[in-house]
Design a protein around this ligand. Structure first.
Ligand code: Z2T
Length: 801
C-alpha cells in the first residue's frame, strides 16, 4: 500500500496518544510495538476484509490447513515487509528518534509449536497468502507456548512461556463464531418416523470453542488470509451452580499448554481432548461457513480441501462424517465419499514412538459418538478389503487393532492423498512404516518435499545478503525463488565472493555480540561458525558433534603449535522435559563448553556456545551467521529437516548424512559444495536386518575414538559423572542405537576437510554461493504450489521454472 513517511509518523503519534495518553518519551519499546501493531492492523484491515469478500463472491475453493502447532515467529517485520511498508516505517521511526530493532524485539514470539512441523505450517500459511490461495489455518491458541529454556548449572530448566501477558495485537476474538464441542456422555440411537436411526448424545461435557483470528498477510498482493486459533472456555449459559470447579478446570486445561514433545507421542487423555477440540471446532466452522453459500452438500468436495498436518487432526475425518450424517442427513455412503475427497494427510516421521495410537477404552469414554463412527469405518474397511488383501494384512492395517485406535491408518483410509516430506522419507513410508497400506492404496501415496519461507529466512533475517543479491540479479527472486539460480554466474567472480564474505562477517559480528551478552563468551568472527540448531534428540546425534569438539580440544592440547582455523561450535536445542537422555546430552554440552571456553591453553581457537531458548527469533539471528550446517541424523530417521534449507539459503555448507532432504540439497547444490558422510539408509536397514551391528568394534578399532569416549567417564570433563556414564553406556552397553560410532570416522574426515577448505576463502565463498543459488528449489512457495496442483486442486499465482 501507499503511505508517506509524514503520514505514518502522524498516524503513529496519534496511536500512541490514544492508547497510552502520554508522551512518546514516556512509553516503552513494548508500548511502541503495540501501537505499531494496531497501526499495521489498521493499514491491513481493508485487505483482510476484502480478501474474505472476494473469496465469497468468487466462491473460491477453500483450503483448510489443520495443525496442532503453528510457529509463525514475530509478525511485525514480516507484515510490514509484505505490505510494502518496511522502509517507510523504519525510516519514519528513526526520524522520531526511535529504535526500530528494539521495537520489533519487544514483540513476543508465539511459541505455539515444537519445531519443524509447526514452523512448516507457518511457512505454508505465508506462501498460501503470497500465492493468492484461499488458504486458512486451523489450530489451538495455547495460553502457554513451548516452555522457555534456561540453563542452571548446565542443566535445562523449563519456565512457563506466558506469551499473552500483554495481550496479542494481531488477534481478533470472534465470539460470534464460537461453537460447542462435546465430550463424554452417552449416545443412543433414536428411531425416526422414516424408519432410520438418529444418534442422540446425552449428558455431555460441553466446551465453548472461541476462535481468535490472526491475519496472514501475502507478499505485495493485497491478500490477507486467516489463521484461526481456538480457545476453550466455559459455555456462556453455564453459571457457578451447574459447573463444579473440577469441570471448570477440565475446560481450562484443554488449551492451556502445548505438549512439549517433538516426534514422540505421550498418549495422554488431555492431548486427545486437544486434538478433538480443535478438529471439531474447525470442521463445524467450515461446514457452517460453507452452508451459508451452498445449497446441497454435493458441492462440498469442489469447494473445500482439508489438510491434516500429521495425525494430530485426524479426527476431522470421523467428525466430518458425524456432522454430515447426524446434522445434514447424509447417508454413510454419500458422507464417506465426500469426506475422503476432502481430506489429505501429511506424515512427518517414521519414528515408531511418534505414531499416535489411543487406547479404545479411553477413546470411547471421551468420544462415544466418534468411536461408533470409527468402528464403522473399521468394519467397512474390513468387509471391503479382506476378500482382496486377506485377513492378515487387513488386521495389520485396520483403524482398530491391539485395543488401539491407530491414527495414521485412520488418516490414510479417510483421505485421498498421503504424502511424505522428502523423497527418501516417502520411499520409506511405502517400504516400511505404511507398507501394508501402500499395497491397499498405492495411488494415494506421493511426495511433497518441504520448503521454507525464503522471504522471512533470507530477506528479513539477512538483509545484507538480500541487498547483495539484489545488486546482481535484481529483486524479483523474492517472488520467483528459482531466479536465485542465476547467481551461479558469479561463482568465480572474486569481487562478488569478497562481498559475500563481508556479509557473512557482518552477520557473525551480530551473533557474536549476542553470545557475548548472554553467555559472556568472546568469539572471533574469522572462526568457522559450526552450527547445529534443532530439537535435542538421540537420532539427530548432537553427540556426534560433541565428539568432534572433544577431538578438536584434545588435538590442541596435544599439539598446541599446530595451526588450524579457529572454530566456534554453536548449539540451540530444547529437550522434551521428560526426555532424560536428551537432557543428559545438554548437560554434557554445557560441561564441555565450560571446560573448553575456560582453558587458557585453548584461548580463542575453540569455543562452544550453547545458546539457550532456541526458537524462531533466535534462528533469525543464528542462521545468517553460519558457515557450516550440521545435519547429521542417522540416515532414515529425519523425515526431511528444514533448518538444513534455511542454513543453505544463507550460504552455509551442509555437513550432512544422506538423510531426509539433505539428499536433495546435496543434489541441488552439487556434491562438491557440501560435505556428505556416513551410512546410507540402506546400510542402516542392512544392519537392522542382519542384526550384526557391534558398536564396541568401532571403539576397539580406533584409538582416537576410544580416547574420546573415555573422556565421558574418566574425569576429563568435570561435572558429568552420572551423565557421562549414562551416555557411555548407551553406546557400549546398549550398542549405540543411532550408529554414532559407525559414522564417527567419516564425519571427522569431513570436519578435517572443512578446516582445510575454509582456509581458502575464495573457494569457500564459492561453495556458499552455490548453496544460496540452489536454495530456490526449497522455497515454500514452490512446495505450496505443488500441494495446490496435485492435492488440493486450487489455483495459485504463477511461479517461473
Ligand atoms: C516435528 O517437528 C517433526 C515430525 C514430527 O512427527 C513431529 C514434529 Cl513436532 C510427528 C518434524 C520432522 O522431524 C522433520 O524431519 C521435518 O522436517 C519437519 O517435521 C517438517 O516436516
Amino acid at each position: 500500500m501507499k503511505l508517506t513517511r509524514a503520514q505514518f509518523k502522524e498516524d503513529f503519534l496519534a496511536e500512541i496518544k490514544t492508547l497510552y495518553a502520554t508522551d512518546l518519551s514516556d512509553t516503552s519499546a513494548l508500548n511502541q510495538f503495540i501501537a505499531l501493531g494496531h497501526l499495521v492492523r489498521r493499514y491491513d484491515g481493508s485487505n483482510w476484509k476484502q480478501t474474505g469478500d472476494r473469496y465469497r463472491q468468487h466462491d473460491d475453493k477453500q483450503v483448510y490447513y489443520f495443525s496442532i502447532e503453528f510457529l509463525p515467529g514475530r509478525l511485525l517485520k514480516s507484515n510490514l515487509l509484505n505490505l510494502g511498508l518496511l522502509d517507510t516505517v523504519r525510516q519514519g521511526l528513526t526520524e522520531l528518534g526511535l529504535d526500530f530493532a528494539a521495537i520489533s524485539a519487544a514483540e513476543p514470539d508465539p511459541g505455539l509449536g515444537n519445531g519443524g512441523l509447526g514452523r512448516l505450517a507457518a511457512c505454508y500459511m505465508d506462501s498460501m497468502a503470497s500465492l493468492g490461495i484461499a488458504g486458512n489455518g486451523n489450530g489451538i491458541r495455547y495460553r502457554y507456548g513451548l516452555f522457555k529454556q534456561v540453563f542452571m548449572d548446565g542443566y535445562q530448566v523449563e519456565l512457563p512461556d506466558d506469551w499473552l501477558r500483554n495481550g496479542n495485537v494481531w488477534e481478533i476474538r470472534r465470539e460470534n463464531k464460537a461453537c460447542l464441542v462435546r465430550f463424554g456422555g452417552n449416545v443412543w440411537m433414536q428411531p425416526q418416523p422414516d424408519g432410520s436411526l438418529k444418534a442422540i448424545s446425552e449428558n455431555t461435557d460441553d466446551v465453548w470453542a472461541v476462535p481468535y483470528d490472526v491475519g496472514m498477510v501475502g507478499y505485495h498482493n493485497d491478500v490477507t488470509n486467516t489463521l484461526r486459533l481456538w480457545s476453550a472456555e466455559l459455555p456462556p449459559s453455564a453459571d457457578n451452580t451447574t459447573f463444579s470447579q473440577a469441570r471448570r478446570d477440565r475446560i481450562d486445561d484443554i488449551t492451556k499448554v502445548l505438549y512439549p514433545d517433538d516426534s514422540n507421542s505421550e498418549g495422554q487423555a488431555l492431548r486427545l481432548r486437544q486434538e478433538y477440540f480443535f478438529s471439531s471446532a474447525g470442521v463445524q466452522s467450515i461446514i457452517r461457513h460453507f452452508g451459508l453459500h451452498h445449497q446441497g452438500v454435493k458441492e462440498l468436495a469442489n469447494k473445500i480441501a482439508i489438510h491434516i498436518n500429521d495425525t494430530h487432526p485426524t479426527l476431522v475425518i470421523p467428525e466430518m462424517m458425524r456432522l454430515l450424517m447426524d446434522e445434514h442427513h447424509c447417508s454413510w455412503e454419500v458422507a464417506w465419499a465426500l469426506t475422503t475427497q476432502v481430506m489429505s494427510y501429511t506424515n512427518h516421521t517414521i519414528m515408531q514412538e511418534a505414531l499416535e495410537t489411543w487406547p479404545i477404552e479411553m477413546f470411547k469414554g471421551l468420544l462415544p459418538r466418534l468411536y461408533q463412527i470409527v468402528a464403522e469405518i473399521d468394519r467397512r474397511y474390513r468387509v471391503a478389503k479382506t476378500p482382496i488383501f486377506g485377513e492378515e494384512l487387513v488386521n495389520r492395517t485396520a483403524p482398530l487393532g491391539n485395543g488401539q485406535v491407530r491414527m495414521a491408518f485412520l488418516a490414510v483410509i479417510g483421505s485421498h492423498s498421503v504424502n511424505g516430506v522428502a523423497p527418501l522419507h516417502t520411499e520409506l513410508l511405502k517400504e516400511d512404516v505404511l507398507r501394508d497400506l501402500y499395497q491397499v492404496y498405492p495411488e494415494r501415496f506421493n511426495n511433497k518435499t518441504n520448503g521454507i519461507a525464503t522471504r522471512r529466512w533470507v530477506q528479513l533475517a539477512n538483509e545484507p545478503l538480500a541487498n547483495l543479491i539484489d545488486s546482481k540479479i535484481g529483486s524479483t527472486w523474492r517472488q520467483q525463488p528459482n531466479e536465485l539460480k542465476t547467481l551461479t554466474a558469479y561463482q568465480h567472480d572474486a569481487k562478488f565472493l569478497k562481498q559475500l564474505m563481508a556479509v557473512k562477517v557482518q552477520n557473525k559480528a551480530a551473533l557474536a555480540a549476542y553470545i557475548k551478552q548472554t553467555l559472556g563468551i568472546d568469539i572471533r568472527t574469522d572462526a568457522i561458525f559450526d552450527v547445529q540448531i534443532k530439537r535435542l534428540h538421540a537420532y539427530k546425534r548432537q553427540l556426534l558433534h560433541v565428539f568432534e569438539i572433544i577431538r578438536e580440544y584434545l588435538a590442541i592440547k596435544d599439539q598446541p603449535e599446530a595451526v588450524e582455523p579457529a572454530r566456534v561450535h554453536i548449539f540451540g536445542a530444547k529437550a522434551a522435559p521428560s526426555y532424560h537422555y536428551a537432557k543428559s546430552i545438554i548437560k554434557l554440552i554445557n560441561a564441555l563448553a565450560d571446560l573448553v571456553n575456560h582453558d587458557p591453553a585453548i584461548g580463542d581457537r575453540l569455543k562452544v556456545a550453547f545458546i539457550p531458548n532456541y526458537g524462531v527469533s533466535l534462528g533469525e539471528l543464528i542462521i545468517p551467521a553460519a558457515d557450516v550446517s550440521e545435519q547429521i541424523s542417522t540416515a532414515s530417521k529425519e523425515a526431511s529437516g528444514t533448518s538444513n534449507m534455511k542454513l543453505m539459503a544463507n550460504g552455509a555448507v551442509s555437513l550432512a548424512t544422506l538423510d531426509g532432504a539433505n539428499i536433495d540439497i546435496i543434489e541441488a547444490a552439487g556434491e562438491a559444495n557440501e560435505y556428505a558422510f556416513g551410512l546410507t539408509a540402506k546400510a542402516v536397514y542392512g544392519y537392522y536386518q542382519r542384526g550384526d551391528y557391534q558398536a564396541a568394534d568401532f571403539y576397539n578399532a580406533d584409538p582416537e575414538l576410544k580416547r574420546i569416549l573415555d573422556t565421558l567417564i574418566d574425569g576429563t570433563i568435570p561435572g558429568i559423572s552420572t551423565e557421562g556414564r549414562e551416555i557411555y553406556d548407551s553406546l557400549l552397553k546398549y550398542n549405540d542405537e543411532f550408529f554414532v560410532l559407525a559414522d564417527y570416522e567419516s564425519y571427522v574426515q569431513q570436519q578435517r576437510q572443512i578446516a582445510h577448505d575454509y582456509e581458502d576463502q575464495t573457494q569457500w565463498q564459492g561453495k556458499a554461493l552455490a548453496n544460496i543459488a540452489a536454495s530456490g528449489v526449497f522455497s515454500a512457495d514452490l512446495a505450496v504450489a505443488r500441494y495446490s496442483d496435485d492435492i488440493w486442486q486450487v489455483p495459485h499465482a504463477k511461479l517461473g521454472q
